[in-house]
Structures are given as C-alpha cells and as structure tokens.
Design a protein around this ligand. Sequence first.
Ligand code: ATP
Ligand code: MN
Length: 480
Amino acid sequence: MFNKRIRIKTLLAIEETNYEATVMGWIRTFRNNQFIALNDGSTNNNIQIVATLGMFDEALLKRLTTGACIRASGTIIPSLGKGQKVELKATTIEILGDSDAETYPMQPKKHSLEFLRENAHMRFRTNTFGSVFRVRHALAFAIHKFFNDKGFIYLHTPIITASDAEGAGEMFKVTTLPLDGTAPKNEYDNINFKEDFFGRSTNLTVSGQLEGELAAMALSDIYTFGPTFRAENSNTTRHLAEFWMVEPEVAFNDLEDNMTLAEEFIKYVIKYAMENNKEDMEFLSLRLDEEEKQKPQSERSDMGLLEKLKFVVDNDFERLTYTEAIEILKNSNHNKKKKFKYLIEVWGTDLQSEHERYLVEKHFKKPVILTDYPKEIKSFYMRQNNDGKTVAAMDILAPGIGEIVGGSQREERMDKLIQRMEEMHVPVEELWWYLETRKFGTCPHAGFGLGFERLVQFVTGMSNIRDVIPFPRYPKSAEF
Ligand code: ATP
Ligand code: MN
C-alpha cells in the first residue's frame, strides 16, 4: 500500500510530538537548502520539513523545487523556528514528480486573479483557491445536510430537455446531426429534428423547476442541485454560461413559507461554512481586506467579510413588495440626481442590478426579499395575485451580489395557468405533462432557485463569479 500518509491538516492539529509520520504534497518553497514548506491542499497551512544539512545528497536537494511533488517521512518534533509549532525532521525524502522551477506557472509570489484564471489548471495550488474550493465544498455539503435533515428528497432532473418553454434564458442546443450543412431538412427547408437523436430538438436545461414540480406533487418536499446552462452573452462578474443551481420545490408552501425556507436555508449554509471552515474563512476575510485597500475610500465596504456574514446570519432579511421598492427607488436622491444608469420612473420596469444593490447596500444595509412583482416581467408559472397586476414572486437580494435567489408560489389553478400561458405565447400542448399536475390533484406549492456560485461568491467574498467555480464557462472561454 502506497498511500500511508497523514494529512497535513490532521497532523498540525495533533498536540503531541516525537512520533513518526509520512506526508505527501507539493512544495511551496524550499529555503536555505534545508527547509521545505509542503502543502497537500487539506489546509493553507504548510508543514515545514527539515532536510538536515549533510543528510541528503546534492542531486536530490536540487530537485526540491517549487511545485515538485514529494513524499517525506521522519519524526514530528517541536519546531525551533518561528511560524510553526511542529516540523517534520526528515529521514527519507522521495520525489514523486519533478517540477521545472523556470517554467512552473505558480511562482511563490502574488499573482493576479486574471493570471490565475488563465492558469485555472494550476490555480488550485494557491492559498486563495485552496480556500475557495474547500469552502465551496463545505457549502455544497451543507446544502444537502440542510435539506436531508428536513426530510427533503434530492431529485435529479434531466440535463438534456426538450422544453424550451421555461423562458429563463437562451439555451444551448444538443444535437447529433451534422453541422456541415448536410443535416436533413423538412418540407419548410428547416432542419428536420425528427431525424435527430431524440426525434426532436433538444437543449441543455436552464432550470429543473418544471420537473421538480412534478415530483413535489407526489413526494411533497424535493430539491435539485445540478448544473444549468444559459447561452446568455452576459460578460458580468455574476453570470456564467454553466452554473449550479439549487431548487427546492415544496407542496403546500405559500409565498411566505417559501421566503421563510429560503432565509433559513441561506443562514444555515453560511453558518455551517463559518463554523466548519474557520481557517479558510479567516484567510478569505484577510484577502478581501487587502483587496478593499486598493479601492478608493468611498467604494470600500464598512464591514469585513466575517462581520458581514455574521450580520446576515443574525438579522432578519428585509421583506417588502416590488411596489414599495419602486417608491423607495423613485424617491431616492440617487434617482433624483440621475446617478442610476437606468432611472426609475414608472411602476412596471424591471429592476437592474444597480437598483437591487442600492436597496441592499445603501438603503436597508441587509439582505432584502422583494415580493409581488408585476406579472409582465415574471414567468408564466408564477401565481397570479388578486390585484390582477402582480404575481407571488420573490427575489432575494444580497449585498455585493444582487439577486441570489429567484422564486415564487406557483400557479396551481389550471384555468389561470392556461390563460397566462396563452397570453405569454408559451406552447400549451408541449407542456401537457406539466399541466396534468394541475388536472390531477393540484395543490398550492412554491419553490425557488439559488445560484450556487453566487452563494459561494457571497460567502468567500470573491468579486468575480469566474473565481468560485473550478473551470468557468463564459463567452469565448471553454479552455480546460
Ligand atoms: P439575473 O437577473 O441575475 O440574470 P435571473 O433572473 O436570470 O438572474 P433566475 O432565472 O431566477 O435568474 O435563476 C435563479 C438563480 O440562478 C438566480 O437568482 C441567480 O442566483 C442564479 N443565476 C441566474 N443566471 C445565472 C448565471 N448566468 N450565472 C450564475 N448564476 C445565475
Ligand atoms: Mn439572467
């Protein structure tokens, strides 16, 4: 058996000394021809390995370069040097993989996030990305734990779908037909998808909601957690073409239940990461402080990352209607002084991220849940309110991010649903299966979608969404 190692995180947590241990990992630095800082990704803290002078031959020492992978065995002793409690006094050091010092991209110095994005295959080896991906993992785990503890069923909805009716965004086509112009045509001279793999035109899913609703109409409480795709050409710090979405769908929940679930859920997963990833969260908080120092005073946030997250966990989210929000925005000095790119003039306009961020960051200074949006700017499946103008929608807006959750109570009344589908030109026949839930035992129900990467952004304080997913997909970029 080769893998008889102790994780560096485990080792550093042990109080005793004078025991034998084997560690494996990648060299961060090698100084004075004696001291190796080794990292194995279990923590940002390195173990110092001492290669006592004279004990190892020159040829081996030359190969102890930044990035090289080694196995080292020896005795754990109290460290004489500063910066670490214990160190490993090596008796054997074996090179598992050499790393050319000249060409290794992750030099032991500060790299820009842009540079690291271009080297996404290697950026896991930096402290920042080590922390980001450990926290990402913790959040994913916490999501499953939260729903599992509440008795929800984790449902796998399809990634390839035929319905393009959801209207959540532009879709990527999935086909096995040739793209060189020789694909079979129909009588209208369009591509004949009847001859395609599935016998119809198909896409990558933009949301698992419609299928989630089908399951909730039997299993009561379900959630999905899977990849979703949007071919939207948005080059922003909050949009990806491939991202992960968490979508609970709950029978018998109304809009208020839905909001309460979402708020409890967000607080739970943030708290989980803060309690279980203390070191990483402290590191990320310091990293953000450094980044903030580069900004002009007026743009700096008045709270550090940990402080901000604690505030979010400890306080109620502000709940108000779209109509109330429009009033606040319309009467704001920001609007009067024309500081918004899109001025708020009439009821019914869609909110841009600048408006969302104004409400959250300037006005309320806490997360906000906006409800009851005009039906014109929301999807067909949202439940129509009695005023005939609004629907039972809710968006959760987070500081620094804007929209993090979008949800609603669903329209469970068949006649109202069909009427809205017709008004919005959603093909009723194509969604026959969706409508059958309303035909056979319909019930009030609600759900929401949380963009997982936006949550990871919020918790890690990373300003660009491309830095919280291992290999980001965005316009003109699908390397790795
Ligand atoms: P936005 O207005 O920010 O584009 P949306 O209204 O298109 O969002 P929904 O269709 O409601 O978003 O999707 C649910 C959630 O998925 C959003 O609240 C957000 O957290 C996340 N999300 C949406 N689009 C993207 C994207 N392109 N990249 C990453 N996350 C996204
Ligand atoms: Mn969008």
